[in-house]
Design a binder for this molecule. Structure first.
Ligand code: AMP
Length: 271
C-alpha cells in the first residue's frame, strides 16, 4: 500500500482494525481505541470466504457496506480498505499460514481449516497495510491468542492490542450474527455469558478443579432448552490447553448453538 509507505516515511503511526464488516459497537470500540493511540486509522473490510466451512454461513453473512462506510466516516477512519477478492487471493494463490498448536482445540476443532485461513488473511492484511498497531477483540479469544503468536513468530512488526468484549445490557457479546436470532432465541442467548459468569463465581469462591468449574458452567447452560453446547472449557490463557487445576489465571471459553446460530464468548479470570 503506497499510502502506508508514505505515512511511514513521515513518521505517522497507523492503526489497523481488521473486520468482516456489518460493523457494530464492538467494532466501533476497536476503532476508537485505534483513533486514540495512532495518528491514522485503517479499517479493513473483507469477508474472507476461505475461513467459512462449506456448511457455514458465508453467503448469508450480513453485509452492510453503506452503513459501514458511514460509521467509519463518523469515527474519523482515514482509510476503509475493502479489497476485492483478487487483491487478497490473486490467480494462482496457494500460500497458507498455520499456527499449529493454538489452532488445534476449541474453535479449531469445531471449524476445521478456519484458523489457517484466518492466519493467512491476517498475514496478508498486516503485510499490505503495515500498521504500527493492530486491534482485535477479546470476544474471539483464541483468534487473538493465535494472531499474537503469528505476529511474534513471523516478525510482522505490528503491536498487538486486544480490546475487551463489548456486550449488550444483558451480557450477550455483540456479534454481527446476532441479527439472525429470533426474539425467543435472542432472549435465550445471554445464557452463554451467564454460564461463564457462573464459572467465574466458582473460581472466586475458591474452586480450583477444572472439571468442577466446567460442570458449574454446564449446569447453567443446560437449563436453557434453546441452547445446545459445543464446548465450555477452563484453560490456560496463553496455551489454551485445559487446566486440571486453576492456579493464578484462567480463561473460560464457551461456544453454543441456538438454532442455526453459533455463539462464542469467554471470560478471563484472575485468582
Ligand atoms: P469480525 O468482523 O466479526 O471478524 O470482527 C472483527 C474484530 O472485531 C475482531 O477482532 C473481533 O474480535 C472484534 N469484535 C467482534 N465482536 C466484538 C465485541 N463484541 N467486542 C469487542 N470486539 C469485538
Amino acid at each position: 500500500m503506497a499510502w502506508s509507505a508514505a505515512h511511514h516515511r513521515e513518521g505517522v503511526t497507523i492503526g489497523l482494525v481488521p473486520t468482516m464488516g456489518a460493523l457494530h459497537a464492538g467494532h466501533r470500540a476497536l476503532i476508537k481505541a485505534a483513533r486514540l493511540s495512532c495518528d491514522a486509522v485503517v479499517v479493513s473490510l473483507f469477508v474472507n470466504q476461505a475461513q467459512f466451512g462449506p456448511k457455514e454461513d458465508y453467503s448469508r453473512y450480513p453485509r452492510k457496506p453503506n452503513a459501514d462506510a458511514a460509521l467509519c466516516k463518523k469515527e474519523g477512519v482515514d482509510v476503509l480498505f475493502a479489497p476485492p477478492v483478487e487483491e487478497i487471493y490473486p490467480d494462482g494463490f496457494q500460500a497458507t499460514v498455520s499456527v499449529s498448536k493454538l489452532a488445534r482445540r476449541w474453535e479449531g476443532e469445531q471449524r476445521p481449516g478456519h484458523f489457517e485461513s484466518v492466519a493467512t488473511v491476517v498475514t496478508k492484511l498486516l503485510t499490505l497495510v503495515r500498521p504500527t498497531a493492530a486491534f482485535f477483540g477479546q470476544k474471539d479469544f483464541q483468534q487473538a491468542a493465535l494472531i499474537r503468536r503469528l505476529v511474534e513468530d513471523l516478525n510482522l512488526g505490528a503491536r498487538m492490542i486486544v480490546y475487551p468484549t463489548v456486550r449488550e445490557a444483558d451480557g450477550l457479546a455483540l456479534s454481527s450474527r446476532n441479527v439472525f436470532l429470533t426474539p425467543a432465541q435472542r432472549e435465550a442467548a445471554p445464557v452463554l455469558f451467564q454460564a461463564l459468569k457462573a464459572g467465574r463465581a466458582a473460581i472466586r469462591a475458591g474452586g480450583r478443579s477444572g472439571t468442577n468449574i466446567q460442570q458449574v458452567m454446564r449446569k447453567t447452560l443446560v437449563a436453557e432448552p434453546l441452547a445446545s453446547l459445543d464446548y465450555l472449557a477452563v484453560c490456560d490463557p496463553d496455551t489454551l490447553e485445559p487446566l486440571a487445576r486453576v492456579r493464578d489465571r484462567a480463561v473460560l471459553l464457551g461456544a453454543i448453538r441456538i438454532g442455526k446460530i453459533r455463539l462464542i464468548d469467554n471470560l478471563l479470570v484472575k485468582c
